[in-house]
Design a protein around this ligand. Structure first.
Ligand code: ZN
Length: 385
């Protein structure tokens, strides 16, 4: 046996199992599932389904009955509310030391099988603040395992620094999107597949899934040289890839915009912005970004938006998109999809429930020339003199 996967039956561990099978082949992979008194006995059922799906023959379901003698939490006690109290680092769902005990136990079994690799789906990027999901802990635990067993074990954490959106991208690449969507159990309320949609775990998973779907649709539209309706952190915008002149022309036609007026760029960060307006002007913007401030220099207007998701999306398209407000020229900017749709643009992307409410205020606009700042339009960002 080459590798052991800690399999809970949720999205992360299911994707780990798929990666391990791809790397070593089903015959060289074993899975281990722990029953520690969690609310949902269903987890084991889903773990078993996944093991069958991937044709993994060795599956160990291990009871850790002692856990409830040591501690309690909202995952093990149905009467406790799933919540995160103000001032507390972790939500009530934290199972103290769970990964420490899981990994040590899995390692003991791995040694008996002759396996040297241990997979776990923990992540410190999109996580709930559990201390035993941090990379620092995993590294220390790997060392502790090797010393405790006098045996070489490597802990593989494919998602340690990955957002849920990227995890869905991996599932898509592996061809297991629908398996993960329908046949895993991630929800704290024990509802398989889509889940309850309300608990913190569902929210993370669904936001990641919707973000990924948006990204996929955006990519398809972009590659076809199309225009997109996207929510920015100020108003709804029409977006086009800077390298697709036909898409940019389409925006002018849709808005009835004067072709002499250049369309501003939304940039992922100040470094990308510098490509268009130069380093000196970008440095001035950097003090106020991300936020509702457009800097005009060298004939271009650029802004780094406040929305983390939007910046992440921009990064995937080379760092920048040309974006202008989604309204007919001379009319007030659109702050709802209904208003924006008047342009006759497909608004599916904008309707995904991943975007925060739009404040509806246009950005401040400053022109930078010879190191001096001139305010062209007052707005939410104020110049510090
Ligand atoms: Zn849920």
């Amino acid at each position: 046996m080459k590798a052991v996967v800690v399999l809970s039956g949720g999205q992360d561990s299911a994707t780990c199992l798929a990666l391990a099978v791809k790397e070593y082949g089903a015959d060289e992979v074993a899975a281990i599932t722990f029953e520690y008194g969690q609310r949902h006995a269903l987890e084991t059922k889903y773990a078993k389904k996944l093991v069958r799906h991937f044709k993994v023959k060795t599956h160990n379901v291990v009871k850790l009955d002692f856990y409830k003698q040591l501690t309690t939490n909202a995952l093990m006690d149905k009467k406790r509310k799933i919540e995160k109290r103000a001032g507390e680092k972790c939500p009530s769902t934290v199972v103290e030391g769970r990964n420490a005990i899981f990994l040590m136990s899995a390692a003991v079994w791995a040694k008996s099988l002759g396996a040297h690799v241990l997979y776990t789906g923990v992540s410190e990027a999109d996580y709930s603040g559990y201390p035993d999901c941090r990379e620092e802990f995993i590294k220390a635990q790997e060392k502790a395992i090797c010393l405790a067993l006098d045996y070489e074990i490597r802990i593989v954490t494919p998602f340690m620094h990955m957002s849920k959106m990227d995890e869905w991208a991996i599932a898509d690449k592996l061809g297991i999107m629908s398996l993960i969507e329908k046949n895993t159990l991630t929800c704290y309320n024990g509802i398989p597949g889509e889940g309850c949609g309300e608990c913190p775990s569902c929210k993370l998973r669904n936001r990641g899934l919707n973000s990924y779907k948006v990204l996929k649709e955006m990519t398809a539209l972009m590659e076809g040289g199309d225009v997109m309706l996207i929510p920015t952190d100020t108003v709804y915008g029409l977006a086009a890839h800077p390298d697709h002149p036909e898409a940019i022309e389409k925006i002018y036609a849709l808005k009835g915009r004067d072709e002499k007026k250049k369309i501003a760029l939304l940039c992922a960060d100040a470094e990308v912005a510098a490509r268009y307006i130069g380093k000196a002007a970008a440095k001035i913007g950097e003090k106020y970004w991300p936020g509702a401030l457009t800097i005009v220099a060298k004939g271009e207007g650029v802004r780094v938006p406040d929305s983390k998701l939007l910046r992440e999306l921009l990064r995937r398209f080379g760092g920048a998109l040309r974006v202008t407000s989604a309204n007919f020229s001379g009319q007030p900017p659109a702050t709802t999809t209904v208003e924006a749709a008047k342009l006759g643009i497909e608004w599916k992307i904008a309707s995904y429930p991943i975007w925060d409410d739009l404040p509806g205020t246009a950005s401040s606009v400053w022109e930078v020339k010879g190191g001096k700042v001139k305010v062209l339009r007052e707005g939410p960002v104020k110049l510090e003199r």
